[in-house]
Write a protein that binds this ligand. Structure first.
Ligand code: URA
Length: 273
């Protein structure tokens, strides 16, 4: 492989600065590097793996399971780089743990939302597959997140996500100086009519690339904004989301062991009997 086609610094992948084999298969993907530190603090053990640009990675153990957390920065271009490089160094189950804007006022600020699939209004996935290609979450990851929320004892919503690279106009917010256009101001109502439950900026890329590469992905969000009531509270629900995410990886690891013991390629409920 030519150096410019697979950029590295020594043995480390250029952007995430991690080398092959040095992270576990389960990796959380928040956008914000500060949230990586919160994850690390919630584990039994943790260590810094790498820090480069927006990509901060810690790894550690939760309930005896090896796991890691890498921040992706904001938007499809940034998360696509993280996914490309994390898969090259050993990840195979990626869970976005993000914040989001909820569409309806029945979703309260701080509530959790588990995504079932995403509308591809991002830019990066157009380089990978035509728009008819679906952006779906892996059913095992979705099921584990639901099971985990039930185990932790917190409420949650499930539904379809809208992923766009634009936080302002693309999510129906006015631009600088109140700038708007004919379509931005209609976006929130249109999406609500389509029963989209939340808007954010990375999940369509995660789901599309994960399907193409044959790995598992899911996404859970803390609702910090509500586009119906207009409320906004930074970090609302994030601690709860971290608890549920850790528990989901523990559950996925148990299900993976069960699949292996019973010689099955997929998890299904009667495997637990
Ligand atoms: N992230 C988004 O992309 N939108 C919101 O409204 C909140 C978080």
């Amino acid at each position: 492989m030519k150096k410019a086609e697979e950029p590295k610094v020594g043995e480390k992948l250029y952007h995430i600065r991690i080398e092959k084999g040095s992270i576990p298969r389960f990796v959380f993907l928040p956008g914000d590097p500060d949230r990586v530190k919160k994850f690390a603090e919630s584990w039994e053990t943790s260590q810094l793996v790498a820090q480069e640009r927006e990509y901060l990675t810690y790894k550690g153990k939760y309930s005896g399971v090896d796991l890691a957390c890498t921040s992706t920065g904001i938007g499809s271009g940034a998360i696509a780089i993280a996914i490309e490089e994390l898969l090259r160094v050993g990840a195979d189950t990626l869970i976005r743990t993000g914040t989001t804007g909820a569409m309806n006022d029945e979703v309260q600020i701080g509530d959790l939302i588990i995504s079932l699939g995403a509308f591809r209004a991002d830019g990066a996935t157009r380089a990978y597959a035509p728009l008819g290609y679906p952006a779906v979450a892996n059913y095992e990851v979705v099921s584990a997140l639901i099971e985990a929320a039930e185990t932790v004892g917190v409420g949650y919503w499930t539904g379809l996500t809208y992923s766009t690279d634009s936080f302002y106009l693309g999510q129906g917010r006015p631009g600088y100086g109140g700038f708007t256009n004919g379509f931005s101001s209609k976006i929130v109502d249109t999406l609500r009519g389509l029963k989209i439950i939340n808007m954010e900026m990375e999940s369509s890329t995660l789901f599309t690339l994960s399907s193409i590469y044959g790995v598992r992905a899911g996404a859970i969000f803390a609702a910090i904004a509500n586009r119906s009531s207009g409320d906004f509270t930074p970090n609302a629900g994030v601690d709860k989301m971290i608890k549920v995410s850790n528990e989901a990886v523990k559950i996925l690891s148990e299900w993976d062991n069960l699949k292996q013991a019973k010689g099955k390629g997929h998890f299904f409920p009667s495997l637990l009997k």
